[in-house]
Design a protein around this ligand. Structure first.
Ligand SMILES: Nc1nc2c(c(=O)[nH]1)N[C@H]1C(S)=C(S)[C@@H](COP(=O)(O)OP(=O)(O)OC[C@H]3O[C@@H](n4cnc5c(=O)[nH]c(N)nc54)[C@H](O)[C@@H]3O)O[C@H]1N2
Ligand SMILES: Nc1nc2c(c(=O)[nH]1)N[C@H]1C(S)=C(S)[C@@H](COP(=O)(O)OP(=O)(O)OC[C@H]3O[C@@H](n4cnc5c(=O)[nH]c(N)nc54)[C@H](O)[C@@H]3O)O[C@H]1N2
Ligand code: SF4
Ligand SMILES: [Mo]
Length: 689
């Protein structure tokens, strides 16, 4: 007899409920859980990969040690013991900063890792701490911290009640939503229009989400800052400032007004290609809507002015009163509230700088664009040993080929990963955790970023093999051993922290209560919570933080060159960053790793649809099949990220290896304010092969 198991899919931010039919330790089917109050039965094709990850013969189940070019299986005691010893040895000889750390994306989708990795960082005490944050949402954190007092106070678009959604650089139909956990997003967005509302997209590509939008406008990559600030300019010029009750606790409105003088719609038009009249009209419609929200995601985060863009987006929402009210941008109140113990008014910016380029730390992390140079530049304080967890920075960080060469020179590297990938293949030791259906799940991170307050706990479906360990067991034991504790080691399951956090959280829930509700608990829509939820000393919104005002000069002095051909990325519904490219179900269909190019550009450069193009940038060259389409703006080409599984001397079992966009992106071009990678708008040249 088959049985049913309900859990949360943890592959992306949408946290969909799944119903898994299984028998004798095998998955029979995976469907959407209709009784999950949040996802209402919705899933995407990627959910099927949960079965493949569980069954994959290539998933690592025993630690590996590299001897020469070959990996050999070893026991856990030897693997963890040797790792701790080597890390301690490097630290004793070269100091704490000689050990670097990189944590990748799945670490935030894995609550055991989430709640344990702090212990390892504490034991290592290195300044060379990196993560996927600085190739992703760092500007959101920076704006949140400087305006509201905490990097996790990220405003979430209240899409279920909004009447006007202005979207910059996001493709929720492909990505299922980001920093806006909203399962069943297609229906949620379509409902905006069904209610008589409107969606406007600003994107260099007429992407999949254009299908559900009323308007789409092409924009020159990297020029969003001018358009966003021109909207703010128009709000002032046209007397559309209506912060309502927010005015009682907002500082800096006049400073913003004075700083906007030079950011006119006319100036924005010349850099962005969007007509000044269109910018004014959008600003006026936004202000008139009464229930509007401006939202910008990857496209406006990973560019040279990512920090200013996220700041400007918050300003637009605040000055029109669309902030902390239904239908605008709002804060969540999750059952496990990571902000409950947050320190008020903490300075988390620039307390130290990177050794080579002098880039400032933020949230105790350095920009990952500096990781390769910290390994390959000689001198005191250079990284000699590296810990990676849940990541593949060779494919996911700018100038991955430089990092790849640097990794080969490390004295020691350990990767906590379930596969040998383009990064972990350089490890001296790979520690593979039990994962996926073998783990329990509570979404500590994405319930903080969700469009409703929800809580759900999923127990493991299958027991892990006795000879395997969870991420949190590995991480905690490494922390214990590296820290040199004399006490006997005992791992603490994340459930202990969860139960405690739930009981002392805003809804006084408990783990038992969640176990009784396997489909999850809906705790209601987002609610106004300002000013009390602010975490700065002033308990007031800071509209004009000094770093932003200063950074405006950089924007004024940087004029985009419209004659350059520039590169952007993209995501596909069936891709999942750099992994799952060996999945039979997800890799069906035509080649998705292509160069999108506009017909006019293709003709100018002698490129033909389906033929190979050579794409060059300062950092590298790739050869890739052309896909000619007028869905991409003239002067722009696009390559998806996460591919490039064929490296010199190494190939994975990816069904389509593709090429890596990050062999073209530049580690030296970053957002000068936040240090985030600037993937959007890399100058390239193309030619036929
Ligand atoms: N040019 C360009 N580059 C980009 C992006 C872009 O848009 N353009 N996007 C960026 C963004 S937003 C992100 S988030 C990053 C993602 O890039 P990374 O953070 O490097 O992460 P992934 O590519 O998702 O690689 C995840 C690895 O974690 C492993 N893994 C999966 N589950 C587990 C688990 O439970 N435990 C452990 N220990 N390991 C696990 C997988 O096997 C895989 O090797 O890429 C960034 N890079
Ligand atoms: N299927 C699938 N879903 C995913 C992922 C995945 O790999 N696959 N990854 C997950 C992760 S880690 C993340 S962070 C989220 C990201 O979620 P999203 O941000 O929604 O996803 P992207 O597809 O990266 O959307 C970025 C959009 O920005 C546009 N863009 C590029 N440059 C610019 C620019 O300069 N200006 C403007 N205005 N637009 C620009 C691109 O054309 C693209 O349409 O998706 C998550 N969901
Ligand atoms: S949308 Fe995301 S969470 Fe939902 S099924 Fe797909 S991958 Fe899983
Ligand atoms: Mo991401």
């Amino acid at each position: 007899m088959s049985e049913r198991h309900f859990r949360t899919c943890n592959l992306c931010e949408a946290i969909c409920g799944v119903e898994i039919e299984h028998e004798n330790g095998r998955v029979i089917s995976i469907r959407g859980d209709k009784d999950d109050p949040f996802s209402r039965g919705h899933i995407c094709p990627k959910a099927l990969a949960l079965k493949e990850i569980y069954e994959s013969p290539n998933r690592l189940r025993k630690p590996l040690k590299r001897i020469g070019k070959e990996f050999h299986e070893i026991g856990w005691e030897e693997a963890i013991g040797e790792t701790a010893e080597r890390l301690r040895d490097v630290r004793n000889r070269f100091g704490r900063d000689a050990v670097g750390v990189f944590q990748g994306n799945p670490s935030v989708h894995n609550f055991g890792t989430m709640l344990s990795s702090g212990a390892l960082l504490k034991a290592l005490k290195t300044k060379n701490n990196f993560s996927a944050t600085s190739v992703d949402q760092l500007p959101h954190h920076f704006a949140a911290w400087s305006m509201f007092g905490h990097p996790l106070l990220i405003p979430i678009p209240d899409i279920d009640r909004t009447g006007f959604m202005l979207v910059f650089g996001a493709n929720p139909i492909a990505s299922n939503g980001s920093l806006m956990t909203a399962p069943d997003i297609v229906n949620r967005l379509e409902s905006i229009r069904k209610r008589g509302g409107k969606i406007v997209l600003i994107d260099p590509r007429r992407n999949e989400s254009t299908r559900i939008a009323d308007e789409h406008h092409f924009i020159r990559p990297g020029s969003d800052v001018y358009v966003l600030l021109a909207i703010v300019h128009t709000l002032f010029a046209d007397n559309l400032i209506k912060p309502d009750r927010l005015a009682d606790f907002t500082d800096g409105i006049e400073t913003v007004r004075n700083s906007m003088a030079r950011f006119t719609p006319e100036r924005a038009e010349s850099g962005s290609g969007i007509a000044a009249g269109t910018i004014r009209r959008i600003a006026r419609e936004f202000a008139a809507s009464g229930k509007a929200v401006c939202y910008g995601r990857m496209g406006v985060s990973v560019q040279k002015f990512g920090g200013l863009c996220q700041w400007a987006i918050n300003i637009i929402n605040i000055l029109t009163g669309n902030f902390d009210r239904a239908g605008g941008a709002m804060f969540t109140r999750p059952a496990l509230d990571l902000l409950q113990t947050a320190k008020r008014g903490e300075n988390i910016f620039g307390r130290w700088r990177s050794r080579v380029r002098g880039l400032p730390e933020f949230m105790s992390e350095l920009p990952v664009a500096a990781m390769a140079e910290e390994i390959d530049t000689e001198g005191d304080g250079k990284i000699r040993a590296l810990v990676t967890s849940c990541g593949n920075p060779v494919l996911s960080t700018p100038n991955g080929s430089r990092l790849e060469k640097a990794l080969a020179k490390l004295d020691f590297m350990v990767s906590i990963d379930i596969f040998v990938n383009e990064t972990s293949r350089h490890a001296s030791i790979i520690l593979p955790p039990a994962t996926g259906l073998e783990t329990s799940h509570y979404d500590a991170v994405f319930s903080l970023l969700a469009v409703r307050n929800v809580a759900k706990y999923s127990p493991p479906l299958f027991g892990k093999s006795p000879d395997s360990r969870f991420d949190w067991e590995i991480i905690q034991e490494l922390a214990h051993r590296v820290g040199g504790s004399e006490e006997p080691f005992k791992a603490v399951p994340p459930e202990a922290k969860l139960d405690f956090g739930l009981k002392f959280g805003p809804y006084k829930l408990s783990l038992d209560e969640l176990i009784k509700n396997p489909h999850g608990i809906d705790l209601g829509p987002l609610e106004p919570c300002l000013p009390v939820r602010l975490l700065n000393d002033s308990i007031r919104i800071q509209l004009s933080p000094e770093p932003m005002i200063k950074d405006l000069e950089r924007a004024l002095n940087d004029d985009p060159d419209p004659s350059e051909l520039v590169l952007i990325g993209r995501r596909n519904l069936r891709d999942n960053n750099s992994w799952l490219h060996a999945s039979e179900v997800l890799m069906k269909g035509k080649n998705r790793c292509t160069l999108l190019i506009n017909p006019a550009d293709a003709e100018r450069h002698g490129l033909e649809d389906g033929r190979t193009a050579r794409v060059r940038s300062r950092t590298g060259t790739v050869e890739i099949t052309c896909e000619i389409t007028d869905d991409i703006a003239p002067g722009v080409v696009s390559i998806p990220h996460g591919y490039g599984h064929k490296r010199i001397g190494f190939e994975t079992d990816a069904i389509n290896p593709g090429v890596s966009i990050n062999d073209l992106t530049d580690d030296l071009v970053i957002d000068g304010l936040t240090g985030n990678a600037a993937f959007s708008g890399v100058p390239v040249s193309v030619s036929a092969v």
